[in-house]
Design a protein. Structure first.
Length: 349
């Protein structure tokens, strides 16, 4: 059970051009900022928005191909969708929400409800089967929506920001449960999200969508170690620069960065924030890269502080709160940022 799509869709003045291939048992996370085209892509795959060019193929079935005048409507596709707002039927119980798709496909009421009960038990909320959506917690509603999507045994499962509506604590628990449930699903899976934690913990591969086009695709490790755009670098938390390499020296703007890699020509360099050391004055001793700058922002993240320094090159350092206190860092503080050559990752464009 696979998804193969190469499509162009224009909605209003926005055009999306994207390609996806997802194998069975595989989870792809489509990640991008607001307005990148993630929802448009999901609607096209679901059959809610017809494409203008290209094709969408699920298993061996072409479900959308304007060139051959083929379009299979959403209700006739082997696609299950978990919407961001879940879109549960307010007047139906959890049990009947899950049974709805089965009934629409002609299953008798008793059998549909029996299968729905089994699915609710699998997602861990069998005890809430008689409750209506307004009586469910956010995490429970998300599980009902997932059970409803899985009930029709789809070849393709689409998840549109499935954890966005949950509070932080509920999201952690629900993410774990979602990962366990999806491991049992045999079809292709596409997760649409702007949350890197959801993408990194749930997906096998990432597809980065920016301004309606795919700017990078690969495994989590490939994306993290070789970000290709500023958005991706920010997403994965690394400093990314474009420069010109001449052996072990890369010129970025007017600044020369020394590396431990021999390269030539146009390259990207990335520097992990935790490899950046901040000093009150210009550091001495072992050879390293160092630049003066001014602190422009400090952000606390999980026991570490991310300090943005603007100078010859802008750089983000990740340091301990103790270091922030010792250096008396605040907006406007003058510092030196230092990075060892061995911590600079270089890769060609």
């Amino acid at each position: 059970m696979t998804l193969d799509a190469s499509l162009t869709v224009t909605v209003g003045g926005f055009t999306l051009q994207a390609g996806l291939h997802v194998d069975d048992h595989e989870m792809i996370a489509v990640v991008g900022p607001n307005g990148a085209g993630k929802t448009t892509l999901l609607r096209a795959l679901a059959g809610l928005t017809p494409i203008d060019e290209g094709h969408v193929r699920i298993d061996a079935t072409v479900v959308d191909d304007p060139a051959s005048d083929t379009f299979v409507p959403s209700h006739a596709r082997s696609v299950g969708v978990v919407f961001q707002d879940y879109l549960l039927f307010a007047h139906l119980t959890a049990l009947d929400n899950v049974a709805f798709g089965l009934r629409e496909r002609g299953l008798r009421k008793a059998e549909a409800r029996r299968r729905a009960a089994e699915l609710l038990a699998r997602v861990g909320i069998d005890g809430q089967r008689a409750l209506r959506p307004n009586e469910l917690s956010g995490g429970q509603a998300q599980r009902v929506a997932l059970a409803r999507a899985l009930a029709i045994e789809p070849s393709l499962l689409l998840l549109d920001e499935p954890l966005a509506a949950l509070d932080v604590q509920t999201r952690v628990e629900t993410r774990r449960h979602l990962r366990e449930m999806l491991a049992e699903f045999a079809g292709a899976r596409v997760l649409v999200t702007h949350d890197p934690v959801d993408a990194f913990t749930l997906a096998d591969r990432l597809v980065i969508l920016e301004h309606g086009v795919v700017t990078q695709a690969g495994t989590v490790d490939e994306i993290v170690t070789r970000p290709r755009t500023e958005y991706v670098a920010e997403l994965v938390g690394v400093n990314l620069y474009r420069g010109r390499a001449d052996r072990d020296r890369v010129t970025v703007g007017d600044t020369v960065v020394t590396t431990s890699s021999v390269q030539f020509g146009d390259v990207f360099i990335s520097i992990p924030p935790n490899a950046v050391v901040l000093h009150e004055r210009e550091p001495e001793g072992s050879a390293r890269n160092s630049w003066p700058g001014t602190v422009t922002a400090i952000e606390r993240l999980a026991g570490r502080d991310r300090v943005r320094v603007e100078g010859p090159i802008s750089i983000v350092a990740e340091v301990t709160p103790a270091a922030v206190e010792a250096l008396a860092l605040r907006r406007g503080t003058r510092v030196w940022a230092a990075v060892k050559a061995t911590e600079v990752n270089v890769f060609p464009l």
